[in-house]
Design a protein around this ligand. Sequence first.
Ligand code: GDP
Length: 300
Amino acid sequence: MLDNLTQRLAKVVKTMRGEARLTEANTAEMLREVRMALLEADVALPAVREFIAKVKEKALGEEVIGSLSPGQALVGVVQRELAALMGADLGPEASQLSFAQQPPAIILMAGLQGVGKTTTTGKLAKYLKEQKKKKVLTVSADVYRPAAIAQLESVTKQVGADFFPSSATDKPVDIALAALDWAKKHYHDVLIIDTAGRLGIDEAMMQEIAAVHAAVNPVETLFVVDAMLGQDAINTAKAFNDALPLTGIVLTKLDGDSRGGAALSVRHVTGKPIKFAGVSEKLDGLEAFDPSRMANRVLG
Ligand code: GDP
């Protein structure tokens, strides 16, 4: 069992009780522990480096108040900064979905295969239908796996939203435009477009999803990422962020036992808000993302 960060720092700082301020000298060893804790939570190294630099800047000169030890004072700074980085500073609006002035609002789902895009599409349809009272249409532009289209149809039916059938012989851009046309004619408030994912980053896939984006101009482009994904999260996020103007992130599989360092890596690369967390395989397993809770989880 790994110690949590507070316990780890407590071990390091036993010898320096009574110090009134956090200084370069008394934080150096503790910052090494913070760094280790983040790496163990699978946060990618560039994100760790940036974070440690920020914590150092904030911590130096910080007063160690009352009965706190320097370690506790530093944990406070780390927790605050991590929550801020996870989006606490962006305010509660950052996790809200935007809706187009002129319906339908289009939501484009992007991400690698297996991360939970189709499941999340179903979860979002349910959330928008039940919580926001929207009339929702879904469509799959995944023409590579016929099973993907059938899977989206199944989850859409389960949540009682409308499904626009597509065929594996159609082109993704044509599918998206046909679904948009249908949504307009049938007064849907929201159209969610599920897209193909590959096992790895693939130039052709990026061009294809960028073309779909350009054709329909979505109000939300959500990057879906698996919280179990370790160091790779940073490369995937970078590739999608370069190819598409992302508006938000959905972090899936938070019910797994990962510490979720991917959240920090993805925030580091994209700067975009994490809007939702997937917390189960079931279609009601979608929650608004909670930056402070995520910060505590990453710290162990
Ligand atoms: P896609 O290829 O990105 O469309 O991924 P799918 O939606 O098909 O999901 C891949 C697998 O991940 C399926 O077995 C889903 O049930 C599962 N999954 C998706 N989201 C979650 C989640 O939040 N928690 C858990 N435990 N499983 C999830």
